[in-house]
Design a binder for this molecule. Sequence first.
Ligand code: S3P
Length: 168
Amino acid sequence: MQQIVLVGFMGAGKTTIGHELATILQLPLIDTDQLIEERVNQTIPEIFEQYGESYFRELEAQVLASLNDQEGIISTGGGIVLQEATRQQLKNFQHVVYLTVPFKELVTRIKNDSQNLRPLFLNHTQQDFQKVYESRASLYEAVSTIEIENTGKIVETIANEIIDRVGV
Ligand code: S3P
């Protein structure tokens, strides 16, 4: 069974790289944010607004737990590492790839991504958002088996680098 989980901050390219990996390896692409939205039939901004972040995190943990035996490329939401329980779950997956991108570039990407509204970006000042970014780095490091910088290279190059490194 082949299984690659992608983690990293919002805007790090988890979904984009996930699509490329899934295409090259001919594996299904599973997106935890999408599964959450389908499960409650609401968008992420709606879930945050109506029920708050903690409810979203409960759903996120449930969805991740349901994917343990799932073959494929699993793209996660940036906050998947926030709970001790989800960090433990992530350690059970075969490969966990941490995509890193410098903060300034992430902000540019997030601002340009009008398709994907991130409540945590919209509800924080840039200074506080940077603190969120800094506080999460060690959490991604703790759960990942491989770390790859996703800047300045085309998507296909990054995907092939991941394939080489995980040896699938
Ligand atoms: C979040 C990241 C988002 C989404 C939600 C919360 C986070 O996913 O799960 O808005 O806490 O980092 P992306 O990382 O795909 O933007």
